[in-house]
Ligand binder design. Structure first.
Ligand code: ZN
Length: 126
């Protein structure tokens, strides 16, 4: 029963994205405080931690360029000016963005689950 498998996959996706969404909501932005020496003399710099390319975004035409750019992972690093210690810095905007994208994924799976359930019921009735 194909529609049943589709529903199970969509439902698992929904559960996973819900866990991720809840986790994203619990994230906090980092403090301007050195975890090593407790100094507040911190400078933030941006680092590209990696570029994730999906087939569609990197090899598409016009549209692909835009999605490709958004796939560049920029990681903020807090660098202590007193002891030189650096740590991953999460800004308020980063937290909001993470919550927004997790929410988007959650609603995507929710819609997919509803469609899968609808298809399943349709097959069941016909
Ligand atoms: Zn320090």
């Amino acid at each position: 029963m194909m529609s049943g498998i589709f529903f199970v996959i969509a439902f698992i996706g929904l559960l996973i994205s819900n866990v991720k969404y809840e986790a994203a909501k619990k994230k906090h932005s980092s403090k301007m405080l050195c975890p090593n020496c407790k100094s507040r003399n911190i400078k933030i710099r941006k680092e590209i931690s990696g570029i994730t390319r999906t087939g569609l975004s990197s090899y598409g035409s016009g549209m692909g360029v835009h999605t490709g750019v958004s796939n560049v992972n920029r990681q903020r690093i807090g660098v202590c000016q007193d002891c030189g210690y650096d740590y991953p810095y999460t800004s308020e905007a980063d937290v909001k963005q993470a919550v927004a994208s997790a929410k988007g994924a959650y609603y995507f799976w929710l819609v997919l689950t509803i469609i899968a359930a609808g298809v399943g019921i349709w097959f069941f009735l016909h």
